[in-house]
Design a protein around this ligand. Structure first.
Ligand SMILES: C[S@@+](CC[C@H](N)C(=O)[O-])C[C@H]1O[C@@H](n2cnc3c(N)ncnc32)[C@H](O)[C@@H]1O
Length: 353
């Protein structure tokens, strides 16, 4: 999985071949249109308030693809939260030069707001990712065995070897959350992805190209996306062990409904803003704006579309929690949903929920 996605020359992501959206291999929340970024901008503005409207506020995004989400958030912040926009810096963590170039093009008009890094550096603010964890390499491990890839004459095959039962299937994701925890000085981590708590978790690896699931991981190597479901409980546990607290966990339907309910006027305000978008492929005409927003909302919220399959895990450090963030106001207690033991540090959050 690591070689197929991240080999410097042939990898699906590192080569820049990954195509998202209607004419690509799959849809994401971001490819549905600017609404997702606009709703998240409102949530980030609330995070900024919780941090005392600090003038040292960084939005760190990892897995930014072509920079569309960053642009949607920055446009929305400029239009709707000018005080936040005045102080914020947007930091993209992007190890692949070809993707940095694409992001640079998308974000031309925000050149003085955006900075690029190869790895996560210390920050105050929010770390955001959409479908980053599902793209992290996993090991295929069952009880006492592990599957590895071998080359037999002219084709790839799976072979098995015995393995210690304590090996983690998602070591890369666990290392990632440990690293983010070490770099977050104060603020939140918000990860959007699809998966489940441990008691419902089944390891699933899926291969997609041109909106079709392929039968074998060895088909179209380097031209197909390979993803895996996220075991949210394991990520949350590792976060807690590294000093972060669980600030919320819910599905996307409840998360976005919470944000909209807090700022119901938002959808209307976005309608008029949308008409000034610059990009030809996303330009909307006066008159069809509301219809487009309605359709995007339905795709993002509907349980049969993206609403139920995606979840949001929020972690925090150094926040005085009086109430959950807007996105989690309709959520159940995150620790019981995730099947986590109560952590003494979490008492305050428990009360808030
Ligand atoms: C499934 S895509 C999601 C793209 C985008 N967030 C969206 O929603 O459309 C996953 C992205 O994560 C990136 N990625 C994977 N590991 C990364 C890492 N360690 N640092 C930064 N980006 C990474 C990949 O290059 C790829 O662009």
């Amino acid at each position: 999985m690591e070689q197929a996605l991240y080999h410097p020359e042939h990898g699906y992501y590192s080569s820049g071949r990954c195509a998202i959206g209607r004419h690509g291999d799959y849809f994401t929340n971001v490819s549905v249109g600017p609404l997702f970024g606009q709703l998240l901008a409102a949530q980030f503005a609330e995070v900024w308030e919780r941090l005392g409207e600090t003038d040292n506020f960084i939005i760190v995004e990892q897995g930014a693809h072509h920079g569309d989400f960053a642009r949607d958030v920055l446009e929305s912040a400029r239009n709707c939260y000018p005080d936040l926009f005045a102080v914020l810096r947007y930091r993209i963590v992007e190890p692949f030069p070809i993707l940095q170039d694409r992001q640079l093009q998308t974000l031309q008009s925000f050149r003085d707001k955006v900075e690029w890094r190869d790895s996560i550096e210390p920050f105050v603010g929010i770390h955001f990712s959409n479908e980053l964890l599902d793209a992290m390499p996993v090991r295929l491990i069952g009880p006492g065995w592990e599957k590895l890839v071998d080359f037999d004459r002219d084709r790839f095959v799976f072979v098995e070897r015995s393995v210690d039962n304590s090996a983690a299937i998602n070591q890369a994701a666990l290392d990632w959350v440990q690293n983010v925890a070490a770099k977050l000085q104060r603020g939140y981590v918000m990860a959007v992805d699809y998966g489940s708590p441990r008691d419902e978790f089944r390891q699933t690896v899926q291969v997609r190209a041109k909106h079709r699931f392929l039968d074998s991981s060895f088909e179209q190597i380097g031209h197909a996306d390979i993803t895996t479901h996220v075991n949210w409980t394991s990520i949350a546990e590792r976060a807690q062990k590294n000093g972060l607290r669980i600030a919320g966990f819910t599905d996307q339907h409840h998360f976005l409904t919470g944000i909209i309910s807090e700022w119901p006027e938002m959808l209307q305000a976005r309608s008029s803003n949308s008409t000034v978008r610059q990009l030809p492929d996303r330009r909307v005409c006066v008159g069809d704006v509301d219809e487009r927003i309605k359709r995007a909302l339905q795709t993002l919220l509907h349980p049969e579309m993206l609403g139920r399959s995606f979840q949001i895990l929020a972690l925090e450090r150094g926040i005085d929690l009086v109430a959950p963030l807007a996105g989690f106001k309709f959520a159940r207690d995150p620790r019981s949903t995730l099947g986590l033991e109560l952590d003494l540090n979490d008492e305050k959050i428990q009360t808030a929920h």
